[in-house]
Design a protein. Structure first.
Length: 446
């Protein structure tokens, strides 16, 4: 089936890697607002080149690029990708420069190759194979490629809320995925939500000599007391009403996770731990991983943190905290509850500017589109491990009312997304293109 298409993919593999390299050479770092408009245009040209109609939608931030081709098929497949990347720092930990992609031992290294320019290019190149071989597409195609995924998709709602017709489709492929620790392909059906906040204390007009700590208030201590009130030693989150309304994992989700091998012991070695939080193991560990919200300190800052000693009483202290949210929770509600919690504990002076947030979303594990992806994966890679949700976050909530999404991709367990030496296996990239062909084929007969 579609042999000329898959032959084209194999015969032009080097060319498609070159196209990916070109895309990765542009440092489109959303956090620094670098190269975004330029990359949006490159992506638009890639979509035009495969015969799609395209449009660039300006937002208050980075533009959203869309592409579509209606071939009059019964089913429509939508791809959600992003052209922005994480910052590449620290540069000195890279074995080759992050924005000069290079192949070593069958892996392509460079910032964005896994997250998610490799997936974006593989999907576009698959469609190129249909066009160049004159093969009819079995499904209609839509692309939504945004440029702010790595900073919380802050302006994406400006596009999605006005274009619900466009994002309506029979099935969608989300941005990421790949092979797990033992090489089996994994699919993710959901994403947790996020509420990211910074706690700030400012008690003095300037830093002073620490000898004054006997008579002046200490912002850093104040911050630590406030943060300490959020969670107990068993990691129970102590904000009143925090767990209210949480939708527990469904029977079918529990059944699916029952079959997942968490590789508990192996991962203990990877993380250098003796045991998981609260001694979690087996089903309890899985339930927590897929179904629990979090309250995590990402960074704590105050005073002098350089070499040696410097006796100072800092004027300010701050702490970045991310809450991963599960279905039934909303960041605005958690923001209010956090404010009330701090006020009730007497921390009315602790400021909490809202940084980013959105709710969780999931595609039901028994949705027929999930079966389509499983069958397609079976043809190319073999068995698929289906996760009801990723423990990570993404703006799936903007789409999942209109299209069932499954996240699969060309990454793998060693891809190091967000870290130095990000990479993909070239062979996985090639087979991921074959899998997209199979998804389209399976979808057309569904
Ligand atoms: Zn990312």
């Amino acid at each position: 089936m579609y042999e000329s298409v898959t032959n084209f993919i194999d015969d032009t593999l080097n060319k498609s890697i070159d196209a990916l390299k070109t895309l990765c050479r542009i440092p489109s770092v959303a956090a620094k607002n670098e190269g975004l408009e330029e990359t949006a245009k490159v992506v638009q040209n890639m979509l035009k080149d495969i015969g799609l109609e395209t449009e660039i939608h300006p937002t208050s931030g980075a533009p959203v690029v869309t592409g579509w081709l209606d071939v009059g098929a019964k089913r429509t497949l939508l791809f959600y990708d992003h052209y922005d990347v994480q910052p590449a720092e620290p540069f000195d930990l890279w074995d080759s420069p992050p924005f000069e992609p290079a192949i070593r031992d069958g892996r392509l290294f460079g910032r964005g190759v896994a997250d998610n320019k490799g997936d974006t290019t593989s999907r576009i190149w698959t469609l190129k194979a249909f066009k160049e071989t004159g093969t009819d597409l079995p499904v209609n195609i839509k692309f939504v490629v945004e440029g702010e995924e790595e900073i919380g998709s802050v302006n994406l709602p400006e596009y999605t809320e006005k274009n619900t017709d466009f994002i309506t489709a029979d099935g969608g492929i989300w941005e990421f995925g790949g092979a797990g620790i033992h090489g089996k392909q994994e699919a993710w059906l959901g994403l947790k939500g996020i509420f990211f906040v910074e706690l700030e204390v400012e008690w003095l007009s300037r830093d002073v000599h620490s000898s004054a700590a006997c008579v002046l208030p200490a912002a850093a201590s104040r911050l630590v007391w406030a943060v300490n009130s959020l969670k107990d030693e068993a990691s129970n989150i102590l904000i009143e009403g925090f767990y209210d309304g949480i939708k527990p994992l469904s029977e079918s989700e529990l059944e699916v996770i029952g079959n997942i091998d968490m590789n508990e012991d192996e991962l203990k070695k990877v993380f250098g731990i003796e045991e998981y939080l609260n001694g979690l193991t087996g089903d309890a560990l899985k339930k927590a991983y897929y179904g629990d919200p979090t309250c995590n300190i990402c960074g704590l800052t105050s005073g002098y943190q350089g070499k040696g000693s410097m006796t100072v009483l800092p004027a300010k202290a701050s702490c970045k905290i991310d809450f991963r949210l599960v279905e039934g929770m909303h960041p605005d509600d958690i923001h209010k509850k956090l404010r009330k919690h701090l006020d009730d504990k007497g921390f009315t002076d602790v400021k909490i500017p809202y940084l980013e947030g959105y709710p969780a979303a999931k595609t039901p594990v028994d949705h027929p589109f999930v079966k389509v992806v499983e069958a397609a994966n079976q043809r190319i890679f073999g068995d698929l491990v289906v996760h009801p949700t990723s423990p990570g976050s993404g703006p799936l909530y903007l789409f999942n009312k209109y299209v069932p999404m499954v996240s699969i991709g060309c990454g793998d367990y060693e891809s190091k997304a967000h870290s130095p030496n990000e990479s993909i296996v070239v062979e996985n990239y090639r087979k991921a293109m074959h899998r997209i062909v199979a998804v389209m084929d399976e979808m057309s007969t569904w």
